[in-house]
Every structure is written in structure tokens, then in C-alpha cells.
Design a protein around this ligand. Structure first.
Ligand code: PGA
Length: 252
């Protein structure tokens, strides 16, 4: 059975309600191909508007983070059930910006992921090395460490995103060969954790994906779609990336 590709838009701190409304209206006008799961992850405050506008469409709705507790004194955090209540089905966890700027660790990312899955969300778990680590030849050591916390998770509700930090928002993309090499390593790690179920886990590439480079990245055998930042903010460019994923060879 082949893996259905996913193209997920990580909007970061962009698109309030007005811009989200315009985006949703525009994307609903696009003739999106079948065979690709598209997901947008707006800021929390824009989620209700997106949920209303995208209801009944094939476009999924995700959050950019989620807390591990069900409720309590956690100022500024959002519980998994609060997202589910809004129609959210996906959650990004462990993004490199959370790790670099907001104190996210492998351990807290793992807690968020487990709680999100327990509430029924599918987790898009991000890993990836910095430029310094790549240049020091430590890419695989970083990926090994970051992926070592995945074992207790449910592979059926897990998506991995390989996002080399040096490629995020820099316009500098990993080559398809670099992406495939990292994805194959991660697939092997998933096999160690989940056995045969690893073959069904989608591994997305993220880092300056755009319409011009999406097709060559998505052609790699273990690249099952993309986690897209900047190029997901515009409906035309996001749908071009979805079309590139639809045209990619099937992933076994
Ligand atoms: P970018 O961001 O596509 O703007 O590089 C990707 C991400 O951070 O998920």
C-alpha cells in the first residue's frame, strides 16, 4: 500500500482572521488534485475562521503546537482537547523555532506528541540539524537523538518532518539527495521503533520548499510530501506545491 503524500502549510505567526479568510476563499477556488492530503496550520486565533470556511473541503486543519496537559495553570498554552473542539485534526510538534527560541526539548516535544495523539490528533513531529551540526558531520547523530523519543508514540497517528534548520526560511534548500539520505536514515529509525508499521509513516521534507523545487524533492523515494512555511501563505503557490505532490511517483 503506498503512502498518500501530505503537503502541510506552517503559517507560523502570519495571517490573522482577515488574511486567513482571503486565503481560504482563494484555495477553495483552486482545482486541487486528489491523492494528496493538504493541511494548513494557521495561528490559533485564525483556526475558528479556517474551520468554518474549510468545513466539508478536503483541506485539513492543524495547530502549530499543543500542550501535554489537559488543563491547568499553564499560561499561554493550549490543550489538545481545545484544538479537537475546533475541528483541528493535526498538530505540529517540536518545530525548530520552538526548540531554538522557546525552550522546547526532545523530552517536552515527546510529551506534547503523546498528549496530542491521546486526544486523537495526528502529530507532525519535526526534527533537523543546524548548519553547525551538519558541517561538523553530526547530522545523523542529531537525527538519532531527536528521533529517539518517538518509540512510545502511535505510528498510525505520526508524521515525521525532516527540516534542516539551515534550510528554513533561508531560501537554501536541501538537495533531493540530501533529503533522501536523511529520510532514509529516519525511515530506518522508524523501523527500529515500529517494525513494519514504519513503512506507512509519512516523512515530510521542510525548508524553503516552493513551487520551483517541490517536484524534484517529492520525487525522492522516502520524501512523502512537504512541510511548507513561506510558500504556504499564498493560495496559488501552496496549490502549486500540492499539485507537485500529486504528480510525484507513488511511495511504497
Ligand atoms: P520555510 O519554513 O518553508 O519558510 O523554509 C518551513 C518550516 O519552518 O516549516
Amino acid at each position: 500500500m503506498s503512502r498518500t503524500p501530505i503537503v502541510a502549510g506552517n503559517w507560523k505567526m502570519h495571517h490573522g482572521v482577515a488574511a486567513t479568510t482571503s486565503f481560504c476563499e482563494a484555495i477553495l477556488d483552486e482545482a486541487l488534485p486528489g491523492g494528496v492530503q493538504a493541511v494548513i496550520c494557521p495561528p490559533y486565533t485564525s483556526i475558528p475562521a479556517a474551520a468554518m470556511l474549510l468545513a466539508g473541503s478536503s483541506i485539513g486543519l492543524g495547530a502549530q503546537n499543543v500542550h501535554w496537559e489537559e488543563q491547568g495553570a499553564f499560561t499561554g498554552e493550549i490543550a489538545p482537547a481545545m484544538l479537537v473542539e475546533l475541528g483541528v485534526e493535526w498538530a505540529i510538534v517540536g518545530h525548530s523555532e520552538r526548540r531554538a527560541m522557546f525552550g522546547e526539548t526532545d523530552e517536552t516535544a515527546a510529551r506534547r506528541a503523546a498528549a496530542a495523539q491521546a486526544a486523537g490528533l495526528t502529530v507532525i513531529f519535526c526534527v533537523g540539524e543546524t548548519l553547525g551540526k551538519r558541517e561538523a558531520g553530526e547530522t545523523f547523530a542529531v537525527l538519532e537523538r531527536q528521533s529517539s523519543v518517538l518509540g512510545p508514540l502511535d505510528p498510525g497517528r505520526l508524521v515525521l518532518a525532516y527540516e534542516p534548520v539551515w534550510a528554513i526560511g533561508t531560501g537554501r534548500t536541501a538537495t533531493p539527495e540530501q533529503a533522501q539520505e536523511a529520510h532514509a536514515f529516519l525511515r530506518e529509525r522508524l523501523r527500529g521503533a515500529f517494525g513494519d508499521a514504519a513503512e506507512g509513516v509519512r516523512i515530510l521534507y521542510g525548508g524553503s520548499v516552493k513551487p520551483a523545487n517541490a517536484a524534484e524533492l517529492f520525487a525522492a523515494p522516502d520524501v512523502d510530501g512537504g512541510l511548507v512555511g513561506g510558500a504556504s501563505l499564498d493560495a496559488a503557490s501552496f496549490s502549486a506545491i500540492i499539485r507537485a505532490a500529486a504528480s510525484a511517483p507513488p511511495k511504497e
